[in-house]
Design a protein around this ligand. Structure first.
Ligand code: GAP
Length: 446
């Protein structure tokens, strides 16, 4: 197996048009990333696979697409205004700011379970300085929500936030979905969309960004049955990760201790993955109890109770929440697929992406682009494949060898070449990305 470094992934992603630095032309904007033509397709394939697995293939899932800007009461009731904070310390000389837990982690000290005061004490005891060698300030809390104002009046009432999780757009629509669809418990509401966090130190490529995408489910249950639902969604999550092509041995479960769980969670299993940056959180599954619906009920004064059909049995449902980050899934997929080998004495880089995730499924080329009869035939094959699969690329740049190398790097499983024999018998050459083997097959069989 190739040992993958983060720099390899970053450089391939930029070189081949997967992911660029956000606002690159103006020197960038830290923590933001733009997806290029291949990145968009890969991301969409991952999101569509998730949607199929968790929404389309189930009978108990509903979907919403809520507004990103929400009434500020949402974030007061959810606890985010008061508790969605990270510990921040400052270089006392140049005033650069850092996450205190990251400073400790970078020195090999685990901040897990430490209070902010304990982190400061660990910094003092170990004589830890800022990355520039200067003393660090005491830590303070920093709220990660991006604040904005809605409308033409800038006052306390116009404050809103870019949502830091998609979840609240689901909770606030719980009653709407119940009243319009009358689903039986248990049922889930799923949503995919952007989330924003003013991370103190965005880092590790798209792993920790300020703008990213989430795929979340709030699964509403009778509190007596929360554990069954938790176990079922955990098992289904592992199935999904296999569909992404992630090897089981790189996927780990962490039962998050109480002191490290989010303020709303009674149990959390983080799924960690062996990324090139080490073992880190890929996604989380949390038992959020009735924390959110209970808070909405309290603050809005509207009942969030669910009545079991045909009975007077009413209660506020409890919630299991599988929460996925798209960027981390994409990083896991890319780092799993990245390979280096040697072909005919030359170093080759390729992405062994599963066919259903590859941004380009087939690349079609004429053997020689100055032979109109070959180009015409190749266009015919290209159009037929494109009508069938959609993500098919026309590639007549450079010689065949260069085309293969380029397609290998973007993870195209099949390269189809049209040559003079195609004109006689409709057979084409098809080359396999992973083995580099070439076969002649009937062009119509593809
Ligand atoms: N609604 C629950 C929630 O948002 P979280 O653990 O804060 O929980 C869920 O986030 C997932 O979102 C994470 O497991 C990760 O995949 C992704 N995520 C969180 N912060 C991120 C960031 N700054 N950049 C990229 N992905 C992030």
């Amino acid at each position: 197996m190739t040992e993958v470094k983060l720099d390899d992934i970053v450089s391939l992603a930029k070189r081949r048009g997967f992911i660029y630095q956000g606002s690159d032309v103006y020197g960038g904007l830290s923590g933001t990333w733009d997806y290029g033509p291949l990145g968009v397709q890969l991301k969409r394939n991952i999101m569509n696979l998730w949607w199929k697995h968790f929404v389309d293939d189930r009978e108990d899932m509903y979907a919403v697409d809520a507004a990103i800007l929400m009434n500020q009461k949402v974030w007061q009731a959810s606890g985010h205004v008061d508790t969605f904070v990270d510990p921040l310390c400052e270089d006392t000389v140049n005033h650069r700011r850092y996450r205190t837990d990251h400073i400790l982690k970078d020195k090999g000290i685990s901040p897990d379970g430490m209070t902010m005061e304990q982190m400061d004490a660990a910094i003092a005891e170990n004589g830890i300085k800022s990355p520039d060698g200067n003393p660090l300030s005491e830590s303070r809390t920093f709220n990660m929500m991006f604040k904005t104002n809605v409308g033409a009046t800038f006052d306390e009432n116009s404050i809103s936030y870019l949502r830091p999780e998609t979840a609240q757009g689901i909770f606030t629509n719980f009653k709407n979905v119940v009243d319009t669809f009358y689903p039986d418990l248990p049922f889930g509401i799923a949503q995919q969309g952007k989330a924003f966090r003013n991370e103190i130190s965005p880092r590790d490529f798209v792993f920790r960004s300020r703008e990213f995408e989430q795929m979340e489910i709030e699964y509403f249950v009778n509190p007596e049955h929360w554990q069954e639902a938790f176990d079922e969604l955990l098992a289904s999550t592992h199935d999904f990760l296999r569909k992404l092509g992630l090897p089981d041995e790189k996927v780990h479960e962490l039962d998050v201790p109480a002191e490290d769980r989010a303020h709303y969670s009674k149990k959390t299993i983080d799924i960690e993955f062996d990324f090139p940056i080490g073992k880190e959180e890929l996604l989380g599954i949390a038992y959020r109890t009735d924390f959110d619906l209970g808070n909405i009920q309290r603050v809005s004064g509207k009942s969030m109770e669910y009545t079991i059909k045909g009975t007077n049995d009413k209660f506020v449902p409890h919630v299991i929440e599988p929460s996925f980050g798209v960027e981390r899934a994409l990083m896991a997929v890319l780092s799993t697929a990245y390979r280096e080998d040697e072909v005919n004495g030359e170093k080759r880089t390729y992405l062994a992406l599963p066919e259903h995730l590859a941004p380009v499924r087939y690349a079609v080329s004429p053997l020689l682009k100055n032979k109109p009869e070959l180009v015409e035939k190749a266009r015919e094959v290209y159009k037929a494949l494109k009508a069938k699969y959609g993500n098919v690329m026309w590639d007549d740049n450079g010689n065949i060898g260069k085309r293969y190398r380029r397609q290998d790097e973007i993870g195209t499983p099949h390269c189809v070449v049209i040559d003079f024999q195609t004109l006689e018998d409709d057979t084409v050459t098809i080359r396999d990305r992973d083995t580099t083997e070439q076969k002649r097959v009937d062009g119509k069989s593809l």
